[in-house]
Ligand binder design. Sequence first.
Ligand code: ACO
Length: 209
Amino acid sequence: MEFKFDISSVLRKPISVFTADSLPRHPALLERVIEVIDELGVASAKAQGLRGPVTTSHKLRANPTHRVYVMKSNEPGNSPPSDPSPDHPDYHDGPRSKKRRGSAAIGIVKVGIKSLFLVDEYGRHLQVSPLCVLDFYVHEDFQRQGCGRKLFDYMLTIEMQRPGHLAYDRPSPKLTAFLKKHYGLSEYIHQPNNFVVYKEYGLACLHID
Ligand code: ACO
C-alpha cells in the first residue's frame, strides 16, 4: 500500500508501534500516521468481508490499551523486511535513508486488553482480561511470504506473550491456519462472544480477575 508521501517519515522502523500516547504531535506527521492506519484498517476489513474497519486511528486514540503494529516493506514492491529485530542495522537508519524511499505499508496487527467472560474446556465461566488480537492483516501482494509471521513474532516479543496465551477476536480461517502452521495451535474453545482461546495453554494461563 503506497502513499503520496514517503512513509518512512512516519514508519521509521521495519515495524512501528502506535498507541494513543505515542502518535506524533506534529500535525503533518499525525495526519500521515492517521492515513496509514486508516487505510490499512479499511483494507483489512475488506479482506475479511467486514462491514466496517476494526482498526481506525479514531479507535486507537479512544482506547489506551490498544497497540497497533505497522509493518513496511524495505523497498517499493520488494521483498518483506529481512529482520525486524531491534538489533538490525535498519533500526538505526535515519528517516532519509535512500533504501527507505518509496517503501510501502504492508501489514498491521492490533492488540488490546479486553475484559471477557469465557468458558474453559470444563465449562467453567471465567472473567478474564487477556491481551486480545483484534485485527491482523498483510497486504495481498505480500501474503504467504512470511511477513505475517515476522509481524506477529515482533508483536509477541514486545508484548512478552505466547500465541496460546492470547484471545482472538473472530479469527478468520486464514488466521487459524496461520496459528496452526507457525505455532502448532489447533484445539480451540470457541466462545459465545466469538472470541477464540486455545486449549494448548489453558485458561489458567490467562490472568483471572
Ligand atoms: N489460505 C489459507 N491459509 C493461509 C492463507 C490463505 N489464503 N494465507 C495465509 N495463510 C496461513 C497459512 O497457514 C500459510 O501457510 P502456507 O502458505 O504454508 O499454507 C501461512 O498463513 C503463511 O504465513 P505468513 O506468510 O507468515 O502469513 P501472511 O503474511 O500470509 O499473513 C494473515 C497471515 C495476516 C492471516 C494474512 O493471510 C491475511 O492478511 N489474511 C487476510 C486477513 C485476515 O484474515 N486476517 C485475520 C483476521 S482475524 C483477526 O484479526 C483476529
